[in-house]
Design a protein around this ligand. Structure first.
Ligand SMILES: Nc1nc2c(ncn2[C@@H]2O[C@H](COP(=O)(O)OP(=O)(O)OP(=O)(O)O)[C@@H](O)[C@H]2O)c(=O)[nH]1
Ligand SMILES: [Mg+2]
Length: 420
């Protein structure tokens, strides 16, 4: 099952069927993002269409007349694929594909395709393939999958060079296998994290909208070599790098997959293992592209994903990135007010990085406390706890107890207070 047509550039017609009030994105912004996604998936864009609907229809999502219009356009442009900016039901997709007589894919499939191209690590590949198969499975009933789909290209690409499996029974078996492999990998990751915790490394997860500059920032900070591209979802595999803050505190930064508004749920689920870095982090560093015209929408989209992950209550430092592209100081002033705990930086030029690190150090210091305690000798296990989890400055033996001065995580302090 080798996909030989992998890099033939497909020609696409893009359709944004805007439903007013569905979210806070204007139709132009939504359409612009669809184009970025399409380009990131290496298709060429022949034509963009925006249409309006108050309510999607069960048969075609858009009206039949509009669908026929798109069919005409697709023929005259000799398009290989029509990409909808919405999530289509299997019925809508099948009907559209039949009427337009051209391969038709939806937003989720497009994003899955980009992910399939980008996945490098074993874990990333498994996660993407799992998400793809779970997306495909319910669409495979009856005439659910159209023959054009088997021809290759976008919508059929698995991670690596493989073409996606399209046999129902084999898909089910494969899903079971992938899930099992993922569980094993997730356990490995878990023990890695425990190892870190034992070495009391604070963790900072860099999160943010795709293309905001997360990898540029981690590279700038730690000299890592994360892939940087003007393209969506350049980073799929999380990378973790050690770094020492100016106050000598050691931290681990992890770069994560970019977020997107209406990120398909399949993907968040499949990427749960990767996103555990975010869930378990002590502090989040939210990188926002301050030069974006849709900064508020992107900010909200990131918060939504964080909420989904249950990570929105963590301390967050916001980096208003791409300062070098901003000419208007009044919008910066406004952002400084609207985005709490933020610093304007340029990851590319290295501007204001020290201020950002100071803010991070401050957040992290809030998670630690200095203690001075007497531990009775029958509770020696608490002495090892302090050594294990904190930094000991001073230790003295007195008759039947040990005196310790140390810096420990707040959690440890609370435990000591309870037990002493
Ligand atoms: N002008 C300017 N461009 C920047 C800055 N930071 C990042 N960029 C550019 O923004 C684009 C995206 O940068 P990345 O670091 O790949 O962004 P990312 O958030 O890791 O993106 P994904 O991994 O795709 O989610 C690249 O073209 C960078 O060169 C900045 O401070 N100023
Ligand atoms: Mg990146």
């Amino acid at each position: 099952m080798w996909d030989t047509g992998r890099d033939k550039k497909e020609k696409a017609v893009l359709v944004t069927a805007h439903i007013p009030g569905a979210d806070s994105w204007g139709e132009q912004d939504a359409a612009r993002e669809l184009k970025e996604l399409a380009l990131s998936s290496n298709v060429s864009v022949a034509q963009e269409i925006i249409c309006h609907r108050h309510q999607p229809t069960a048969a075609y999502f858009i009206g039949r007349g509009k669908a026929e219009e798109i069919a005409g356009l697709a023929q005259s442009q000799a398009a290989d694929v029509v990409i909808f900016n919405e999530d289509l039901t299997s019925t809508q997709q099948r009907n559209l594909e039949e009427l337009i007589d051209t391969k038709t894919i939806d937003r989720t499939q497009l994003i899955l395709d980009i992910f399939a191209r980008r996945a490098k690590s074993m874990e990333g590949k498994i996660q993407v393939e799992l998400a793809q198969l779970e997306y495909l499975l319910p669409r495979l009933t009856g005439k659910g999958i159209i023959l054009s789909r088997l021809g290759g290209g976008i919508g059929t690409r698995g991670p690596g060079e493989m073409k996606l499996e399209v046999d129902r029974r084999r898909i089910k078996e494969r899903i079971t296998r992938l899930k099992k492999e993922l569980r094993n990998l997730s356990q490995r990751r878990q023990s890695l994290r425990e190892h870190r915790r034992r070495h009391d490394l604070a963790t900072v997860a860099i999160v943010g909208y795709t293309n905001a500059g997360k990898s540029t920032l981690i590279n700038r900070l730690t000299g890592a070599e994360q892939i940087i591209q003007h393209s969506l979802f350049s980073t799929l595999d999380p990378a973790t790098r050690r770094f020492t803050l100016p106050n000598k505190q050691k931290v681990l930064f992890s770069d994560t997959v970019g977020f997107l508004h209406r990120l398909p749920h399949h993907l968040i689920e499949a990427f749960h293992a990767t996103l555990e870095e975010v869930i378990e982090a002590d502090v989040l560093l939210h990188v926002l592209d301050a030069s974006s015209a849709v900064i508020y929408q992107q900010y909200q989209a990131v918060l939504e994903v964080l909420r989904d992950l249950g990570a929105d209550k963590k301390p967050i430092v916001t980096a208003l990135n791409k300062l070098d592209l901003m000419s208007e100081s009044f919008s910066l002033k406004r952002y400084a007010k609207d985005f709490e705990n933020s610093v304007a930086i340029s990851a590319l030029k290295g501007t204001n990085i020290e201020q950002l690190l100071d803010k991070l150090a401050l957040e992290l210091s809030g998670l630690w406390a200095e203690i001075a305690v007497y531990i009775p000798q029958d509770k020696m296990e608490l002495v090892s706890l302090v050594y294990r989890e904190g930094q000991v400055f001073k230790q003295e033996y007195q008759q039947d107890k040990v005196y310790l001065q140390a810096r420990v995580p707040l959690k440890v302090k609370a435990r000591l207070e309870k037990l002493l």
